[in-house]
Write a protein that binds this ligand. Structure first.
Ligand code: PLP
Length: 360
């Protein structure tokens, strides 16, 4: 059988070993003659799953003790609303960096609940997206500064933190969380929709510094009230139990791989392989400045866009799936999250070189 590799941006591929384990216990989990999705979230068996998942996530990211880790619903966009509702008052200013389409979407949602202001945006310089470090004289009353360090659609990433004084930093890490070690203590809030690097869609992980809790707007829907969820160990309403279980398997897998130091090395090697292939050819191009290139989402274009559909269909014939770029960007995009083995990137590069030989 030909090996296939799925480059979907999200919902994205999960590790093969995780899927095999989930399959092996799908209908008979821990000898219970039931699936883990068919048992009460309040049963001691599920509580153990939930707790182990949280502990493994805490240890992978070295989450300090003064942070709560929540497993809630609503994916990424749900938290676009959850953040302003929980961490600002109506009319209070919230600072936003816009590096691409997701961080732009967060501003529009935030503006429903507070005074969301864009203080810096990525630019195009010589046709390439660039986002330089941001320093901003914030007001002591500003609620927080929101940004997205890896833009899934645009392939724009940055590793600096905005300098906004003592204003808490809030980061949408949906497509980069767990791809490398992280100093959680630098952030007020980190959140991530699960379907890129954690597990199935619908679930989101929210990591929040405790002193920021307790200030939700009175209109906050209860299920999005992080303080209430923290008080109830993320079980105020029924959590997405099966997704939580799968996320737990992913965290175990990450630990078995050697943790985030190891993932960072692999992710660096994978992205370098692909960017080198793009840079060493006049046939392919990436629209992002080198300093802002994403290690997770690699958009690229062909010199002749007439060939896009041929590229996609021949790629599919070679077992390389879901390479079509986002409809707003066009071209191609290879998403190479933790679950993508280096063999997948090697197969993609070999295919790209062969395609160029044929049509270039
Ligand atoms: C996918 C994504 C989202 C949106 O997630 P949904 O679960 O579809 O709401 C938000 N932010 C980033 C960075 C993403 O990659």
């Amino acid at each position: 059988m030909m090996s296939t590799f799925n480059f979907s941006a999200g919902p994205a591929k999960l590790p093969d070993a995780v899927m095999a384990k989930a399959q092996s216990e799908f209908t008979d989990w821990q000898g219970q003659h039931s699936s883990v999705m068919e048992i009460s979230h309040r049963s001691s068996a599920f509580m153990a799953v939930a707790e182990a998942a949280e502990q493994n996530l805490r240890s992978l990211l070295a989450v300090p003790n003064n942070y709560k880790v929540l497993f809630v619903q609503g994916g990424g966009r749900g938290q676009f609303a959850g953040v302003p509702l929980n961490f600002s008052e109506q009319g209070q200013r919230a600072l936003h960096l816009v590096s691409g389409s997701w961080s732009k979407g967060a501003v529009a949602e935030s503006a429903k609940y507070n005074d969301a202001q864009i203080i810096a945006s990525a630019e195009k310089v010589d046709g390439l997206s660039v986002f330089n470090p941001v320093t901003y004289e914030a007001d002591a009353n500003d609620a927080y500064c929101h940004f997205c360090p890896n833009e899934t659609v645009d392939g724009v990433a940055f590793d600096w933190l905005p300098d906004v004084g003592s204003v808490p930093l809030v980061a949408d890490m949906s497509s980069t969380i767990l791809s490398q070690p992280l100093d959680v203590s630098k952030f007020g809030v980190i959140y991530a929709g699960a379907q890129k690097n954690i597990g199935p869609s619908g679930l989101s992980v929210v990591i929040v510094r405790e002193d920021l809790l307790g200030k939700a707007q009175s209109i906050t829907p209860s299920f999005l009230d992080y303080t209430l969820q923290a008080k109830h160990d993320s079980m105020y309403n029924t959590p997405p139990t099966y997704s939580w279980y799968l996320a737990g398997l992913v965290f175990e897998w990450l630990k078995d791989q050697g943790g985030l130091e190891h993932m960072a090395k692999v992710n660096k090697a994978k992205s370098e392989l692909l960017y080198n292939a793009i840079d060493n050819s006049d046939f392919y191009a990436n629209p992002v400045a080198v300093a802002n290139r994403s290690k997770m989402n690699v958009p690229f274009t062909l010199a002749d866009s007439e060939l896009d559909s041929v590229f996609l269909s021949e790629a599919l014939d070679s077992g390389l799936q879901a390479l079509k770029g986002h409809r707003m960007v066009g071209g191609m995009r290879a998403s190479i999250y933790n679950a993508m083995p280096i063999e997948g990137v090697q197969a993609l590069v070999a295919f790209m070189q062969e395609f160029e030989r044929k049509y270039g």
